[in-house]
Design a binder for this molecule. Sequence first.
Ligand SMILES: *Cc1c(COP(=O)(O)O)cnc(C)c1O
Length: 364
Amino acid sequence: MTARIVIEKVPHPAPTPAGERAALMANPGFGKVFSDHMVTVTWTAGKGWHDAKIRAREPFRIDPASAVLHYAQEIFEGLKAYRGADGRVVTFRPEENARRLNRSAERMAMPAVPEELFIDAIEALVRTDAAWIPEGDGSFYLRPFMFATEAFLGVRPANEYVFCVIGSTVGAYFKGGYKTVTVWVSEDYTRAAPGGTGEAKCGGNYASSLVATAEAFENGCDQVVFLDAVERRWIDELGGMNIFFVMDDKTIVTPPLGTILPGITRLSIMKLAAEAGYTVKEEPYGFDQWQADARSGRLREAFACGTAAVIAGIGKVKYRGGEFSIGNSGDGEITTQLRSALVGVQRGTVADKHGWMHEIRLDA
Ligand SMILES: *Cc1c(COP(=O)(O)O)cnc(C)c1O
């Protein structure tokens, strides 16, 4: 058994003054407003994880030959801390994020982060920067990540890494009510092939998806949908969200794992949908079928899901050859039902039957 790593506290010498913080938090948007501290832990071959600290958030000093800058050995996670109506601070299924980070680490030939170190790091940041957790619909978005720092240009897994957690105050994803999104189906670019890194939450997957996202924007769309890399036929997922299809017979279809990112939101929705009496099928769904089902009315609703947006209804689909609408292009009934069920558990207004919520005691 390895000894538990204690995170040393090094308080910020000049934290953001309360007034300035309030102004930043008033209209935070997504991923622009950062809290005062960060957690850093170093790993070196031989020594393992050491030097765990919570300290002032500041730029890293890394060598220009750091492996991450050349060969992109980098992985990340994303989860939110909320302030519930009862004042408790909670996160949603953080152990799942810890496990997924380690599956990503394994795929990217990086060291595993002990699950308790991952949870301790998140809790330390939330406690230290609790003033940055907004009231109401917003949340404190936690971004744990790990990257290779070894200065070495040879090609092999690096011998030095940093695990870091930063936090960002974020507003409600959809301000003033839920809107549906328009998606662009990319027929030229793919994001993941069998045997590749599609199941790992690594920066590289995003790097390769950005050109398709730019194409989606140019075509007046909000997000890109990727097809499988082999047949260019099966729906995989969006750039950073999983996808669900709701049929007229109460069947809900979502693409199977393999080349997609195993979303924790996806997993939770599958469970909640089954409990609500829907038949949930993890099976391949073709782009040709999607068009046919939307036109015939067999497909009633489609939605994308992930931690940031939770559930976003898909109203319209565009592609090189044309476009089609889903349902009445508005937020569907079942989409709304599943969103309420999930958001209710996360916000503490619906009973947490599965023990998904993890409380962070601020006084601990
Ligand atoms: C993170 C991510 C998701 C969503 O995962 P959640 O755990 O639900 O936030 C989906 N697709 C990709 C590519 C992702 O990186």
